[in-house]
Design a protein around this ligand. Structure first.
Ligand SMILES: Nc1nc2c(c(=O)[nH]1)N[C@H]1C(S)=C(S)[C@@H](COP(=O)(O)O)O[C@H]1N2
Ligand SMILES: [Mo]
Length: 235
C-alpha cells in the first residue's frame, strides 16, 4: 500500500484524525480528494457516535500513577496562558437553556463535586494521568434547565479556543466542569478557573479557561475540528 492508501485505511478504522489537504492530496483532483476526506471524517463521526456506550467508563488510575509534573499543551507557549480574574468571573450560558444566569466560581464550588484520576491523550501522541475535580456536567446541565434533546454542547475559552461535544458524551458520568487539579484550584495554564474534563475524548476536546457554555442543534465545530481534526474524537 502506498502512503495515501495506508492513510485512508487508518482513517476508516478511526486510528487517526483525518487531516484534509496536506501532502496526500491528489494533485489531479484536489477538490475530489478534499471532499472525499471530509465525507470520510463525517462518516467516522457517525460510526464513533453509534459505537459510543454512555455507560462504559474511561479507565481510572491509582494516585501513584499520576504524571508529575503534568504536561501543558495549547496553541501557544505556556507563558501566554490567559489569566482570568476569579473574583469577577462568571461562566456564561447560551442557547437552549432555561436559566441563562451566569455562574460565579463560588456558585460552581457550592455544587456537589466529583474527583477522578484519568488519562488525557493528546492527538500529538503523548498522554498524561491527572487528578481533576469538579461538577458533573450532566448535573449542571439539568440544574440550569438545558434542553438535553439538543445535539451539541459548545464551549468558548478566554484565549479564543473553542470546541464542542455531542450531548450523549456531555451527559456521560465522567464528563465534568473541572475546578481543581490534584485537589487545588486550577492554575491559568491548566485551565483556570473552569475547564472541561472529558476522559472519553482526546485532549483537544478538553477546552480550558472556559468563558461560555451553550446548548445547540447548530454544529459548532472547534478550533482544531475546523482545521480537519475528527470532530467526535472519542470512544
Ligand atoms: N483554551 C484552550 N483549551 C485547550 C487547548 C488550547 O489551546 N486552549 N488545547 C487543547 C489540547 S490540544 C490539549 S492536548 C489539552 C492539554 O491540556 P493540558 O495543558 O492540561 O495538558 O488542552 C486542550 N484545551
Ligand atoms: Mo492536544
Amino acid at each position: 500500500m502506498n502512503r495515501r492508501q495506508l492513510m485512508l485505511r487508518a482513517m476508516a478504522l478511526g486510528l487517526i484524525p483525518s487531516l484534509t489537504g496536506c501532502d496526500y492530496e491528489d494533485p489531479q483532483h484536489p477538490d475530489l480528494a478534499d471532499k472525499f476526506l471530509h465525507a470520510m471524517s463525517a462518516w467516522n463521526d457517525r460510526v464513533q457516535a453509534a459505537l459510543f456506550d454512555p455507560h462504559t467508563l474511561a479507565p481510572t488510575f491509582r494516585p501513584d500513577q499520576i504524571t508529575r509534573p503534568p504536561r501543558f499543551n495549547a496553541f501557544y507557549d505556556i507563558s501566554q496562558a490567559p489569566v482570568v480574574d476569579e473574583t469577577t468571573y462568571k461562566l456564561e450560558l447560551g442557547g437552549q437553556i432555561t436559566d441563562k444566569t451566569p455562574w460565579s466560581l463560588t456558585q460552581l464550588r457550592a455544587l456537589p463535586q466529583q474527583e477522578q484520576i484519568t488519562r488525557l491523550v493528546c492527538v500529538e501522541g503523548w498522554r498524561v494521568i491527572g487528578q481533576w475535580g469538579g461538577v458533573r456536567l450532566s448535573d449542571f446541565l439539568h440544574r440550569v434547565g438545558a434542553d438535553t434533546k439538543c445535539r451539541y454542547v459548545s464551549f468558548q475559552c478566554a484565549d479564543g479556543y473553542y470546541s464542542s461535544i455531542d450531548m450523549e458524551s456531555a451527559l456521560h458520568p465522567q464528563t465534568i466542569l473541572a475546578l481543581t487539579f490534584l485537589g487545588a484550584p486550577l492554575t491559568p495554564a491548566f485551565g483556570a478557573p473552569v475547564r472541561l474534563r472529558i476522559p472519553t475524548k482526546l485532549g483537544f476536546k478538553n477546552p480550558k479557561n472556559l468563558v461560555q457554555l451553550a446548548v445547540t442543534n447548530i454544529y459548532p465545530g472547534g478550533y482544531w475540528e475546523d482545521q480537519g481534526y475528527n470532530w467526535f474524537s472519542g470512544s
